[in-house]
Design a protein around this ligand. Structure first.
Ligand code: IP8
Length: 254
């Protein structure tokens, strides 16, 4: 099996999180051109929702469960993040990447906010044929709550485990996990307790950087390291030349 790279583009990287579905098309073009020259590895992309999904999810209180009144929020949230997905796929295809959008709402089921079923076999097949599947954080149906929000970070951990990926990266708008303005180079379960990271300043229903670290530590528990770095370092992450960001690992300092 080809080694698969799982790469997430943070919502704040590709949208302006202070607006309402304000897609950063220039940034998308830059990222797509970067990925177009790195064609060797099998690649699975995931993106966050940014301002295309978080405001709707919050407005309709999707994570609190479906009450009857907020049912239209499933459509509104999914439609917002799907429009971002279409823009990501378009930018990639314009740059020559054989990208296809995949919506988790169509193929996943959750229970109390966690995925309990998530089909990935077709995603593995796609990568074998040079297709780049592009998934996104989404609203999904939930057996306990009715629906919930599954973050792109939760998808990354599921995909990396299912595809046995050893190359997991999260491109963000900051250089890594920051504490007092400096990048924390490595995080494991013992270090995380001592960190003071702060929350997300924008409308983020999935926990910002803290949610991301919690998610990636579960991946680390399964022996898979992941990397958080600035979006400008995607090329360096892919070619292994050092991104200057944070590694989330089960191991302590070497
Ligand atoms: O931006 C959230 O995904 P994230 C998905 O990766 C929605 O946390 C629809 C709010």
């Amino acid at each position: 099996m080809t080694e698969t790279v799982v790469l997430k583009l943070g919502g704040s990287v590709i949208t302006d999180k202070s607006g309402e579905c304000a897609i950063d098309h220039a940034r998308l073009r830059e990222v797509a051109e970067e990925l177009a020259v790195q064609r060797d590895p099998a690649l699975v992309l995931v993106h966050g929702a940014g301002s295309c999904g978080h405001p709707e999810a919050r407005r309709y209180r999707i994570n609190d469960g479906l009450t009857g009144e907020n049912v239209p929020g499933v459509y509104e949230t999914h439609t917002a993040v799907s429009s971002l997905n279409a823009a990501v796929v378009d930018a990639l295809r314009d740059a020559g990447v054989e990208a296809i959008g995949i919506h988790p709402l169509d193929l996943a089921l959750a229970e109390d906010g966690r995925l309990v079923s998530f089909e990935t076999r077709h995603i593995a097949e796609m990568t074998e044929h040079g297709i780049v599947p592009v998934l996104h954080g989404d609203v999904v149906m939930d057996r306990l709550r009715g629906s919930c929000i599954v973050s792109g970070d939760q998808l990354v951990t599921r995909l990396a485990a299912a595809l046995a990926s050893r190359c997991v990266g999260l491109a963000t708008d900051v250089p890594g996990v920051l504490q007092n303005g400096s990048v924390v180079p490595r995080i494991d379960r013992s270090i995380v307790k001592t960190l003071d990271i702060g929350g997300s300043g924008n409308t983020d229903v999935t926990g910002g950087m803290q949610g991301k670290i919690a998610e990636l530590l579960t991946l680390a528990d399964a022996g898979i390291d992941s990397h958080i770095f600035h979006v400008s370092k995607i090329g360096r992450f892919l070619d292994g030349t050092g991104h200057g960001g944070t590694i989330i690992t089960e191991r302590g300092m070497p």
